[in-house]
Design a protein around this ligand. Structure first.
Ligand code: UN1
Length: 536
């Protein structure tokens, strides 16, 4: 009897301590040492954990439950974090690059040890399915590998001088403090792209994640900071600052932030770009995408169909690289749409943590509104909705932000109309029919955004046109591969209103350093360039 009562009491304590969190949520959080008890979590790290600003709630998009309450940065905490970042940079810039690479190798190891747990947290907090959550952590791991290599290859150049006994060096040096303002849709990978390059380059990085995915950033920062501490490196080399619009604005305006790497909407990016430019800081923008897939009559359907399906429905249409426009050659349009619709009807919707799920929820309640607005506009403009077009409103999906993936055929393919020229961050795919590849390329290029694009064909001549000067003007120009799901090895980013930024691979690292051209005179003569004679 006594034992029974004690057990009941224990049960009550457990419930109180875990705030009635579902076991689904508490299992994921506990696996990453995120407290499930009711205390508020500190959301600022600059060598020590703190936070006394407004409280942000992390809400599960699948169940609507509050996963945690996080204390954001008060204004003086932001100022302190920025000062700590600068101090950390002063130390870190003197650490030899290959040694910085060794620390990145340890971070890579620590992240990959927690790959499944972090992947599950991404699923829980952001809402993408588990395989994509894990894939995102893998992207960070890959990026660390890449940066370890780079740490021995961030080479400058020796340039031939026109003057005897002179040498010219182009030298990359650490830049300073890099702020990373990231979005909810890739709450781990996009920080990984930036942190890995920024660390290899010898900078201090300060991360302001989306305020709706604080737990992913806290979990990642804990893993990274442990490695830094073990190596005697100041924690502010990889600082974290959770905050809202005011914190974002203060960072963007702050002259001590040498570079701002911003991922988000075109509207906010426009302001970020202007403000950072006006104080002559460096800015890297990754803004909207409005990505098209072009399907030629000779396309291999077994490649094109799954690529469009994943591109448009994967991540519930919430990648910058999601396929939003589908241009079909007249000869295959009815067959393609019929088969695509079948794939759509087979989509398994539900808990993104469940193994078989292909479609999770949208990240926020307000995203449902954006989806419904887009559908309302399409209907008013006379578009035919082939499939989807509404929420899943039966239990248990009504608890979360679930919407049906949609294929629409707008009345007109006019790329300047709102339907085609704006990015809707939801699974809405608009289709149009073309007769000649030139027409499809023109439509592909006629929108303001220029992130990703793809062409499906077996004809080498069409491929040549597509990737050449008369082809797609996007930053990512694929062939027989979907618009989304890029690897880290090539530079990632887009042109035009996507912002021209480049992250991850390729030459992206060159933005995270300051370049010096150093002319050195090894001779005894004071020669001037271009043969100028200034002898007294
Ligand atoms: C984004 O949506 O902001 O290419 C990034 C992709 C991913 C990254 C997307 N590797 O889809």
């Amino acid at each position: 009897m006594l034992a029974g009562r004690r057990l009941a009491r224990q049960n009550i304590t457990w419930l109180a301590r875990s705030r009635g969190l579902s076991s689904r949520a508490s299992t994921v959080l506990s696996s990453l040492d995120i407290p499930t008890a009711s205390q508020e979590l500190p959301g600022v790290y600059d060598g020590s954990w703190k936070g006394s600003g407004d409280i942000f709630e992390s809400t599960c998009p699948t169940t609507g439950e509050v996963l945690a309450r996080v204390k954001s940065a008060a204004p003086e905490e932001l100022r302190e974090a920025l000062a700590k970042s600068r101090e950390a940079y002063h130390y870190f810039r003197t650490v030899p690059a290959p040694r910085r690479g060794e620390i990145l190798r340890q971070i890579r190891h620590a992240l990959s040890n927690k790959r499944d747990e972090l992947g599950a947290l991404v699923s829980l907090e952001m809402g993408k399915i588990k395989t994509e959550g894990t894939g995102e952590v893998q992207e960070f791991v890959d990026m660390c590998d890449y940066a370890v290599g780079l740490s021995r290859m961030m080479n400058g150049r020796v340039v031939s001088s026109e003057r005897p006994g002179h040498s010219i060096l182009e030298v990359p040096n650490p830049l300073g403090v890099v702020a990373v303002l990231s979005a909810f849709n890739f709450p781990v990978a996009v920080y990984g792209w930036n942190l890995a390059l920024s660390m290899a380059a010898g900078n201090a990085t300060l991360w302001k994640p989306s305020p709706s995915t604080p737990l992913c950033s806290i979990a990642v920062t804990k893993i990274v900071s442990r490695v830094l501490e073990e190596n005697g490196i100041p924690g502010a080399v990889a600082g974290l600052i959770i905050g809202g619009k005011d914190v974002g604005e203060a960072i963007v305006e702050d002259k001590t932030v040498d570079m701002v790497s911003f991922t988000g909407s075109e509207a906010v990016g426009r302001t970020v770009g202007k403000v950072v430019q006006s104080r002559f800081g460096k800015v890297l923008l990754e803004l909207g995408g409005n990505n098209a897939a072009v399907i030629m009559p000779d396309a291999d359907m077994s490649l094109a169909l799954p690529a469009v399906f994943f591109g448009a429905v994967g991540t519930a249409g919430q990648r910058c690289t999601s396929t939003r426009r589908l241009y079909l050659h007249r000869d295959i349009a009815p067959e393609f749409l019929g088969r695509l619709e079948k794939l759509y009807s087979s989509v398994r919707v539900g808990d993104p943590l469940a193994k078989d799920t292909l479609l999770g929820p949208l990240h926020t309640r307000s995203a449902i509104g954006i989806y419904q607005d887009a559908l309302g506009y399409l209907r008013d403009a006379g578009a035919e909705i082939i499939t989807g077009g509404e929420r899943y409103d039966a239990p248990p999906l009504d608890q979360g932000n679930f919407v049906k993936p949609t294929i629409a055929v707008p009345k007109s393919p006019d790329p300047s109309s709102r339907i085609w020229s704006t990015e809707t961050f939801a699974p809405v795919l608009c289709a149009a029919v073309f007769d000649h590849v030139e027409q499809a390329i023109e439509w592909n290029n006629a929108v303001p955004q220029g992130l990703s694009s793809t062409l499906f064909t077996r004809d080498i001549r069409t491929i040549g046109k597509w990737i050449g000067p008369e082809g797609s003007d996007a930053g990512i120009v694929n062939v027989n591969v979907g618009t989304s799901g890029a690897e880290i090895g090539a530079a990632f980013g887009g042109n035009k209103s996507t912002g021209w930024g480049r992250e991850s691979g390729g030459d992206a690292w060159k933005q995270y350093v300051r370049w010096s051209a150093c002319t050195i005179n090894f001779s005894d003569k004071a020669a001037l360039a271009q043969g100028v004679d200034f002898s007294a």
